[in-house]
Ligand binder design. Structure first.
Ligand code: XMP
Length: 519
């Protein structure tokens, strides 16, 4: 664990808990998100955080057995901010009253200042225009304040929209300051962390130095292997580890024959040539494409690729000899065990491909230097480490690669057509300056041929679909609203430049109900 001033976010299961962490990290504050039931009184007393935020959540504090915060929290003497459900929990635990609401508020609301309260401390800078636009999402509401609290702001349906017990530095709001729809929520959060004494010591330069020290400490003179995919996470992890331990690191890059145009060469050039990082380039395309012959079921494709990937990786890792550690680009969102109220494991929509299970199988210990970072922080760290901007800003690319962008049977011919179409599409997006606005863009080649006419000739070629989405984390996504001109120009270029495609469509499905990839 890194040694920073630490803010603890106790998660009651709100959809937007991660956003609280995002906002705080932007302010240079290191924070941890923990499910409410995992935080104990004893732990809080032994290792108190510098401040605590209680998140929102879907339950009702009026229900018997509903979630509560550890009571010791309120005796630590540290500032506490309750948001939505977090506010109601504070009232329920500190002697106020909450009632199941007949006055639900969802969406935009306005909070006005209550008369007679100085707007300083956590509220400094608010109400400049008389009232604050905020985003509400609550059914229950506080109806009587706990002793010591005063009303700072009210909305039409939340008489206690902003409350505070300044002496104990306890604050609570009914709305969500962490979402963009509460435009000045950021001011409130910033005031809160300043008031709690945070100095903004969470910087990427500091993180890099500390991560290097920790890697050296963990690895000693042992050997580390790292599976490179060419994606941002594994690349940043590899460069960071290499800075820490030099040639004790070997990277293994498995080319499964399902990469994009020029991708394998790019990855090899970047690591071997630019960084001098020992790299095993395992061209196993024959093996993978052979095993995928005749396979059209998406899950069978994924499982086949996942299984082979592990075998191949293991074989090449063994050749490196004597490695004790496996490096992975695991990120914080993969580590957070968010509170789930869905009950029971969620359905498997797709088997995601990763090297899970490998460490136990090979008796390797994990090195995960990005475990505390969000995706955009990994990019910032990459910049800090001097990785080329183009590399850092790359769209995510799935482990199973083009296999899941080629619905139906995969053939070498289709893969080649797909690669060329994809390259034209991405070139178009870059030329129009749209690449960085888009979370992910790619072409899928469809398992249908359609009739067309080019010159005086009839054509009978494949149709393809363009996909482009905006997203924050890949969990939900909206299709990107290209202009008709852009789409028309791109379709013309693909059909003219890519032999084998005579029809281009644009996928306008959001996620949900669609997924980003086609399989
Ligand atoms: P879906 O298609 O599930 O994708 O909406 C969400 C995000 O995950 C990526 N993705 C994968 N990434 N291994 C990966 O490393 C996989 O098996 C995999 N499947 C999907 C997808 O590209 C998108 O960014």
């Amino acid at each position: 664990m890194t040694q920073h001033q630490r803010l603890l976010i106790i998660d009651f299961g709100s959809q937007v808990t991660q956003l609280i962490a995002r906002r705080l990290r932007e302010l240079g504050v290191f924070c941890e998100i923990r499910p409410y039931q995992s935080v104990t009184d004893a732990e809080l007393r032994e290792n108190p955080p510098q401040a605590v935020i209680l998140s929102g959540g879907p339950d009702s504090v009026t229900r018997d057995g509903s979630p509560r915060a550890p009571q010791a929290l309120f005796q630590l003497g540290v500032p506490v901010l309750g948001i939505c459900y977090g506010q109601q929990v504070m009232m329920a635990q500190l002697g106020g009253r909450v009632e199941a609401g007949h006055h639900a508020e969802y969406g935009r609301a306005f909070v006005s200042p209550a008369p007679g309260h100085a707007l300083d401390g956590i509220f400094a800078g608010l109400f400049q225009d008389g009232r604050e636009e905020v985003w509400m999402s609550h059914g229950d509401r506080v109806t009587a304040l706990a002793p010591g609290f005063a009303v700072i702001g009210t909305s039409a349906n939340a008489p206690f929209a902003m409350i505070a017990d300044e002496a104990r530095r306890f604050y609570a709001v009914q709305f969500h300051p962490e979402v963009h729809h509460s435009p000045n929520g950021r001011i409130l959060l910033e005031n809160f962390v300043r008031l709690a004494g945070f100095t903004g010591d969470w910087t990427m330069a500091g993180y890099r130095d500390e991560a290097i020290r920790l890697i050296r400490e963990q690895v000693g003179d042992g050997k580390v292997i790292c599976g490179l995919s060419g994606g941002v996470d594994s690349s940043v992890a590899a460069v960071l580890i290499h800075e820490a331990i030099g040639d004790q690191l070997t990277c293994v890059f498995v080319d499964h024959g399902l990469l994009r145009q020029g991708e394998a060469a790019e990855v090899v050039a970047m690591f071997r040539d630019n960084y001098n990082i020992p790299l095993v380039h395992a061209d196993e395309s024959e093996l993978f494409l052979g095993a995928l012959e005749g396979v059209s079921d998406p899950e069978t494709k994924r499982k086949t690729i996942g299984r082979l990937f592990i075998d191949v990786f293991q074989k090449h890792a063994a050749e490196v000899g004597g490695a004790e550690f496996l490096a992975q680009g695991t990120l914080y969102p993969d580590v957070i065990e968010s509170v789930s109220f869905s009950g029971g494991p969620s359905v498997t929509i797709k088997s995601h491909h990763n090297v899970g299970g490998l460490p136990e199988k090979m008796g390797l210990k994990l090195v995960e230097p990005l475990r505390e970072l969000f995706k955009d922080e990994v990019r910032a760290l990459g910049r800090e480490l001097g990785l080329p901007a183009q590399f850092i800003g790359r769209h995510p690319f799935p482990g199973p690669g083009l296999a899941i962008r080629c619905p139906g049977e995969i053939t070498r011919e289709k893969l080649e057509i797909l690669r060329r179409a994809d390259a034209v599409y991405i070139d178009q997006i870059r030329k129009h300056g749209l690449y960085d606005e888009i979370w992910q863009a790619f072409v899928a080649i469809l398992p249908v041929r359609t009739v067309g006419v080019m010159g005086d000739q009839r054509t009978y070629d494949y149709a393809c679909a363009l996909r482009a989405v905006t997203s924050v984390d890949g969990m939900t996504a909206d299709y990107y609203p290209f202009t008709h001109d852009f789409l028309g120009e791109t379709a013309t270029r693909i059909i003219n430049e890519v032999k084998g495609i005579n029809r281009v469509t644009y996928d306008i499905t959001s996620k949900p109900p669609g997924t980003i990839e086609w399989e």
